[in-house]
Structure formats: C-alpha cells, structure tokens
Design a protein around this ligand. Structure first.
Ligand code: CMP
Length: 142
C-alpha cells in the first residue's frame, strides 16, 4: 500500500453536521479515490488506542471524548503520493492556520474539532488502515 494509499477519518463534528458528502466530493475532485469506507461510533478503548501516540499530551482526554462523541467515517483513499497529497488537501491542524480551500479551512470548527484526520506517514497509513479495515475490505485499483 505504501505510497498510493492513506487513511482518513471524517471526524464526529463534521459527520454530525452533515458535511461528509461535501468532504468526500471535495477530495474526489482532487483526485482521491475511496477504496474502503465505513461509518462507526468509536469506543473509548478504540479512540484511546488510535491516538495512543498522544497519550501524554494535555489534550488527549478531551480528544478521546470528542472522537467518541458520535459516529465518524474512516476511509482508505488512493492517489499518487497519497499521504503528502492528503495532508496538503486538508490543511493545518488548526483551521485558523489552514490555507484557503483546504478541508479544515472550509469545514473545521477548531483545533480539536477539526473535521478530518489524515495519516502522517506511509508507515502510519498502513497501521491506521489496518486498525479499521481488513485487507479484503480495501478495493484494489484496476
Ligand atoms: P489529528 O490530525 O487527528 O491528530 C491529533 C488530533 O488531536 C488533531 O487532529 C486534533 O483533533 C487534536 N489536537 C491536536 N492538537 C491539539 C490541541 N493543541 N488542542 C486540542 N486538540 C488538539
């Protein structure tokens, strides 16, 4: 999967606000293809494990609470150089700092409630995709 796939999550803020369709359309417009998708309500354990790398950060508890506040939408996206391309497309963590036209500038509420997650490396894309999907769930490009 390295290089051409990444993992994204439309977070509970954006999903609850009915922005999932607009965000997917925005990403498809930029050449991303949805290869796997599901809607799920993360448990405390799942959100805690997914964001375990942030366990020592002051915002960890609040982040887990937010990510378990309602359904979210994990997806595997495909595009050349997918990890870097998606991080550019979504913009900075804080929507106030995000470039115009990015997903977070358009749809995020705050630094925490920031609409969308994107893997930060090919290694994490692989790990995160496997967190949500079996290999057989991912539709290979033809
Ligand atoms: P994400 O890209 O999913 O990675 C970690 C998440 O933690 C981030 O998006 C935000 O939702 C959240 N986050 C990062 N920094 C902060 C912060 N300073 N305060 C609150 N939440 C944060």
């Amino acid at each position: 999967m390295a290089g051409t796939y990444t993992l994204t999550i439309i977070k509970p803020d954006a999903f609850a606000a009915g922005k999932a369709g607009k965000i997917i359309a925005h990403l498809e417009q930029q050449g991303f293809r949805v290869r796997a998708a599901r809607v799920m309500h993360l448990s405390q354990d799942q959100a805690g494990e997914f964001y375990a790398v942030h366990r020592e950060r002051p915002f960890y508890g609040s982040l887990v609470k937010f990510m378990t506040s309602g359904p979210c939408m994990p997806m595997v996206l495909e595009k050349d150089n997918a990890v870097a391309a998606l991080r550019t497309a979504i913009g900075a963590t804080d929507p106030a700092q995000a470039d115009a036209g990015t997903v977070r500038k358009l749809y995020a509420e705050s630094k925490e409630r920031n609409a969308i997650h994107a893997s930060d490396s090919d290694e994490n894309a692989e790990r995160e995709a496997r967190f949500f999907f079996a290999e057989s769930d991912v539709i290979a490009a033809r």
